[in-house]
Each structure stands twice: as C-alpha cells, then as structure tokens.
Ligand binder design. Structure first.
Ligand SMILES: [Zn+2]
Length: 77
C-alpha cells in the first residue's frame, strides 16, 4: 500500500485537530499534517457510528420495556 503523504511538505504522519470554522455553528475535526498543519481532510466532530450504536442500545432498552408493559397489560386480570 502506498504511503500517504502531505501535499505541501511530503510528511507521512497526520493528526486530528478540533476546529470551529467561522459562520458554522458545529465543531468539526480536521485531518492535518502533523508537521506543517496542512489540512487534508475533515470529519464530523461526533463519530456517527458510535452515536448510532448508542442509539441502538437505547432503542433496544425501550423495546424491552414496551414488551414488558405489553405482557403486563395482556396478562392483567
Ligand atoms: Zn505537511
């Protein structure tokens, strides 16, 4: 696999940096060259797959509670 390199200085290591661009109300993450800071990419501040996984767990909890309630209602006499 080819080694990723900075288009400005040729460095091969990168880092994530928090950014708050003007005229934008959300934080974002820059992927930047660790040596000269040239931005080579950007990502959402929050990791979407982590958020989706957390939501999935919450939905599962709610589903179980609903099933319990349904059981109680249908078996209550
Ligand atoms: Zn660089």
């Amino acid at each position: 696999m080819a080694l990723s390199s900075c288009p400005k200085c040729g460095n091969h290591t990168f880092e994530m940096a928090e950014a708050e661009p003007k005229n934008w109300r959300f934080k974002i993450m820059f992927v930047q060259c660790k040596s000269c800071g040239t931005v080579v990419g950007s990502m959402d501040y929050f990791n979407l797959s982590t958020l989706i996984h957390e939501l999935e767990e919450k939905v599962d909890t709610v589903m179980h509670k609903l099933e319990d309630l349904e059981y109680e209602i249908t078996h209550k006499k």
